[in-house]
Design a protein around this ligand. Sequence first.
Ligand code: SF4
Length: 495
Amino acid sequence: MSVQAGHGQDTNMDERIGSGLKQRTKQALQDEFLRKAVAFTTDKLKNGRLQAMDAFGDWEAWRDRGRAIREHTNSHLDYYLSQFADNVAGNGGHVYFCSGADDAVKTFMGIADRHKAKLVAKGKSMVSEEIHLNHHLEDRGIEAIETDLGEYILQLARETPSHLIIPAIHKNKQQIADLFTDASGQHFEPETKVLAEYARKKLRNYFLEADIGLTGCNFGVAESGSITLVSNEGNGRMVSTLPKVHVVVMGMERLVPTFEDLEVVLNLLARSATGQKLTTYTSILTGARHPEDLDGPEELHVIILDNGRSAQLGDPIFQEVLNCIRCAACLNVCPVYRHVGGHTYGSVYSGPIGAVLTPLLQQDMKEAGTLSYASSLCGACYEACPVKIPLHDMLVHLRHRKVKMKLTSLPERAAFKTFQTVFGSVTLYKLATKSGYYLQKPLVRGGMIKAGPAPLSGWTQSRFMPMMPKQSFRDKWAALQAELAAKKAAREEQR
Ligand code: SF4
């Protein structure tokens, strides 16, 4: 069996992030299985996080410490990047700073060409998804194999991840068994043990045969130039040690200054992501293999990607988005994500962090900026975030940016202009509330508007709207005041 190198179905998804959002939402809401599966798993992760927080002690103090570390690092990112790069090079590694996706892909291809690579074994790497590396490898005839089980399942299904840490959150055992059956020509029952055993055996050969092992980087430690990888499957360790060449693809903001800081963020990450005290495998890799080492790659290459990140540095509102440690806690509590899953966002990064990060990284408010509306602004994401990123505030700022750039539709702009005019004038407001009562009458059934015309229908499709009362609050208040004044006058007359 040969696995297709790319996550095929979503190659062009980013181009229709905004215009396809409504359609994808509609489809997801009709998919009963997806909604139940996403709600079930996110509940489990959320409860695990809450228990881990309780057991940990003063969680708020840890959050503050985590935020301070990330804030400090990103405020001095030039210094820490330079320190990190010097230390990687000092340990025999090669560092490449890439401004965009094309640059990063070209750099990777250069390394692959030098080694005449035919097979790349991949550990989990969101940045490689961000630059669509698999598609480029496929185009070059290089086979890329995802070795994280969830990613491997999605590779067979030719889909992109729908959750930051549980990429195949939307698939059940039967669907996975069907995918394995199709790929291998051998029949599989939907049994976890059997399926995991098959994947383990299948993937083991790839670790041994791969020309290049590719991983992401959870955290780079500036003081030593170390790459930290966390995983629950151990594949990251295999990918980074068995092939002769190890390539790391990481975002430029994924640094912490010291090992002391690493301890804090690893504690926050494991507890916020899965409720674990520590992720099962935590690997800290410093440089390529030294003569005294028993194993490890002969070459280490670290590709550091900007791709829109540096544009956020110094921004008083959005720099904080770079503090993200990709734990997915915000996805697990988001009422929108929990209803529609990750593919609805049309971006590699989904949920509240995806809705903020995607337009900023792509510097595209027209299409990607529409994601800022995929939120109820309830603030649950902020409450859950281990480094206190105010995502709900950022979403409002993104909406504001979209409005200022006149990127909202003409009817929407006209509606809000009218709203502003009416609510800015007492006379017009009174007139609107009075006439509204009569205008709504043809739509009212039993005191409720149950099926409004567009655009009101968007609301009434999922809930009823109470009718406007005949007497407004202002009128009632004025009547009450008049009644009280009359009573008072009557009492005074009687004295
Ligand atoms: S924004 Fe916060 S909660 Fe969401 S993934 Fe990043 S660190 Fe985790």
